[in-house]
Each structure stands twice: as C-alpha cells, then as structure tokens.
Design a protein around this ligand. Structure first.
Ligand SMILES: Cc1cc2nc3c(=O)[nH]c(=O)nc-3n(C[C@H](O)[C@H](O)[C@H](O)COP(=O)(O)OP(=O)(O)OC[C@H]3O[C@@H](n4cnc5c(N)ncnc54)[C@H](O)[C@@H]3O)c2cc1C
Length: 384
C-alpha cells in the first residue's frame, strides 16, 4: 500500500510531547500527521493514567520553572477552548527535613520569576494541615497556584483540538527509522508508507527500541508503581481544598489529594528497575503495596487502615541526568528525537511542543541542555 499525500511533518507518538508538538506545528500552518501505535495516552504510555503534578519549583533549574509557567498558561487556555477542566488548582506543597538546599534554591528562583509562594515552618504546617503528620519536616514551601493536570484526558483533548485544526491522526506503528541522509518516508505496521519533509519521533520509553544503536543506552525506562487509598466515609480532609498536592524532597515521595473520587495518590519518585514498556508487568508488587501502606499510615494517621482502592504501574523514560532530549538525529537531519521526560516531563508538554515546532521551522536557537550530545550512557540524576 503506498500513499500519494505528503506531509510537512509526521509526528510518531501521541503522548504529551507528540500531541503538543503536532498542535504547535498546526498553529504554524504545517500539514501534520500523528502516527500512534496504540492510542493517545494509552495505559502503557508514560502519559497514561489520570493525573500529573504541575509545579513551578525546580531549585536552581530556572529553565524548567519558566517552561512550567509557560505550559500552565497553555493548559489553562486548552481547558477554556475545549470546555474541559484539565487543571485542578490544588496548590503544591514542598517539604524538606534536613536542609538539602533545594527549597531555598527554589524560593530564590520563584522570587525571580514572580511566582506566588509561601514558606512555613513545622508549627505553621501542622496548624494549617492537621490531618498530616509532619514528623521529620522542618520547612515547607507552598505554591498556591500550582496543582494537578488531568493526564490522559489532557493529551486526548490536545489531539481532538489539533484534529479540528486539520492535523490527521492514525493508529499504526512506524516500523522503519533507519538510514543516512534525509529520510523521505517511513513504513507502517499495516503495510503503508508515509512521505514527509520532517519526522518527529516522540516515542517516550520506546525511543531506545526505535533507535537501539543511538538511544538504547541513553534512555533508561524504569518501573514506577502508583497507589490510591480510599478515605473513610464522609471524610473530606484528604480531598482539595483541605489537602494540597505534596512532595517530600528527602524521602523522594509525592502524593495528591483525592481528585475525581480516585482516592489519595502516593508514589515514590526514586527510580525503579529497568523495564521494557511492552512487556513489564502492570500489576503492582506486594513489596510496593506494603511500603505505601506504611508510608500513608505514618504521614496520614487517619488513613492508617485505609484500603488500597487502585494501583497503576507506569514507567519513567529517564535520560542520564533528567534533562529532556530534543534534538536532530545525528545522521538524518530531517529526523527529530523528542523524549527523556524523566518523571517530570508531563507538565512541560506545551512548552516542549512549542520549542520543537520552532526548532523544526528554524525559528529558535537550540538549548544545549536538550542536546543528544549532553546525554550520557550512565545515570546520574541532577534534575528533580
Ligand atoms: C508514574 C508516573 C508519574 C509521573 N508524574 C509526573 C508528574 O507528576 N508531573 C510531570 O510533569 N510528569 C510526570 N511524569 C512524567 C511524564 O508523565 C512523562 O515524562 C511524559 O508523559 C512522557 O511523555 P512522552 O510523550 O515522551 O511519552 P509517552 O506518553 O510514552 O508517549 C510515547 C508514545 O509513542 C508511541 N510510540 C512508540 N513507538 C512508536 C512507533 N514505533 N510507532 C507509533 N507510535 C509509537 C507510544 O505508543 C506512546 O503512545 C510521570 C510519569 C510516570 C510514569
């Protein structure tokens, strides 16, 4: 099967990065096709699931603070345009025990960027949030205007709105991506061939499988387990506005209040074992469940015996240090690589899509932190 239409850009992958890239290309009048193996933000994709945190604090990494700011505005615009509530302003509370410097660095960056925040000591935190046990917490930093994005629904909305702006969307797997020099076409799993001027591979944790020689050792997909706990009947202390979204720097643990009746969410931000997104088990481990029960019981005493009402197993797609990968393929100048969200990429979908669209159209200088060259083959996390 061959096709006669030729696109300006084919975007392979309809996770948050691919979807927003297509959106920004369409706004720049490009003829775009999105090719997706399973479905937008499906349940094996890194963008799948219900919710993701959008927060502004990134310690000294101001580039991500600015991208979060820029992205939140676009998520809100999309909510208005689509009539969907894609952002929930729960507030985001950062906690720190022993001073590891991140909270102070974030505070300085937020001040520079004009972002609202409030710093509290242990006594103030305990007074404001009596349902939380703040043992081991010395300080907290609240971002009152940050919160939660609806993940799968958000990505699917970007795709639906992009389709209204003439982006085409097709379910098929891209099967060829090898070569040297300009790529003219790609083959698909259903026997098709698609021609385009530029190709964006926004394949998330699959990037290392699509380009094994180039990225097999530069993208580290890790297993991440997520748990939801049910509140006691009639108890609203674990839902917004009573409880904000929170992150505890020293424990590398984060959680969310009960959003859309799913229960209190809890997960570790430490990297799990290396996995293959096609074959890893999606059943949470008993060890993980035991850890989550203990953690919840300690931090939220009223939930000591709460039951786990839902679990999810997803994967991060880490780069060596946590900086994103947005660059050209070194041997195919019209092929772009977009990924390496590294457990914090979701919120940045709008800014990343805009940046990549501008790169493709030669409208902006490249940022060295997103280059392929800066991606090592050994992990040393630096961005949180
Ligand atoms: C448990 C968990 C919690 C997280 N929490 C947060 C958070 O709170 N805040 C935050 O900002 N970020 C968070 N992240 C990170 C964020 O979700 C990811 O960085 C982001 O979703 C990555 O998006 P992506 O588009 O790169 O990848 P994906 O969403 O995985 O999309 C890639 C797509 O490419 C498709 N694809 C792959 N190969 C092919 C092919 N050959 N042909 C066609 N299609 C193909 C796949 O089917 C997939 O749909 C979290 C991630 C996880 C797993």
């Amino acid at each position: 099967m061959t096709e006669t239409s030729r696109y300006d850009v084919v975007v392979i992958g309809a996770g948050v990065f691919g979807a927003w890239t297509a959106w920004h290309l369409a706004r720049r009048k490009q003829k775009v096709l999105v090719l997706e193996a399973y479905g937008a933000a499906h349940n094996r994709a890194s963008s799948g699931g219900e919710t993701r945190i959008i927060r502004m604090s990134y310690a000294k990494d101001e580039i991500y603070t600015r991208w979060s700011q820029r992205s939140l505005a676009q998520w809100k615009d999309l909510s208005k345009l689509s009539g969907q509530q894609l952002f929930q302003p729960t507030g985001v509370l950062w906690m720190e025990g022993e001073d590891i410097g991140r909270l102070k660095d974030s505070q300085a960056t937020l001040e520079r960027c004009g972002i609202a925040h409030e710093v509290m000591d242990n006594a103030a935190l305990s007074k404001r949030y009596p349902q939380v046990n703040f043992d081991g917490v010395t300080r907290g930093l609240l971002e009152p205007d940050s919160g939660v994005l609806m993940a799968r629904r958000g990505v699917q909305t970007v795709i639906e709105e992009a389709k209204k702006r003439s982006v085409e969307f097709r379910i098929a797997q891209a099967t060829t991506s090898k070569g040297k020099g300009e790529l003219t076409s790609i083959a698909t799993s259903n026997g098709g061939r698609i021609f385009a001027g530029q190709f964006v591979f926004a394949c998330g944790p699959w990037l290392g499988k699509v380009f094994p020689a180039l990225l097999g050792r530069r993208i580290f997909p890790t297993r991440q387990e997520v748990f939801f706990f049910g509140s006691p009947a009639g108890d609203t202390r674990f839902a917004p506005p009573a409880l904000p979204t929170w992150l505890f720097n020293n424990d590398e643990v984060y959680g969310m209040p009960d959003i859309e009746c799913r229960g209190l969410k809890l997960a570790r931000d430490t990297h799990g074992e290396r996995v293959d997104p096609d074959t890893q088990s999606r059943i949470a481990s008993e060890e993980g469940a035991e850890w989550a029960r203990n953690y919840v019981g300690r931090r939220f005493p009223a939930l000591k015996n709460a039951s786990i009402t839902e679990t999810r197993v997803c994967q991060y797609e880490n780069t060596s240090n946590g900086d994103f990968l947005v660059d050209r393929h070194p041997e195919m100048p019209n092929v772009w690589l977009a990924g390496g969200g590294s457990g914090h990429g979701f919120k940045h979908g709008p800014a990343l899509g805009e940046y990549l669209a501008e790169q493709i159209l030669g409208e902006q200088k490249a940022e060295a932190r997103f280059s392929l060259e800066s991606k090592a083959t050994e992990q040393q996390r630096a961005v949180y």
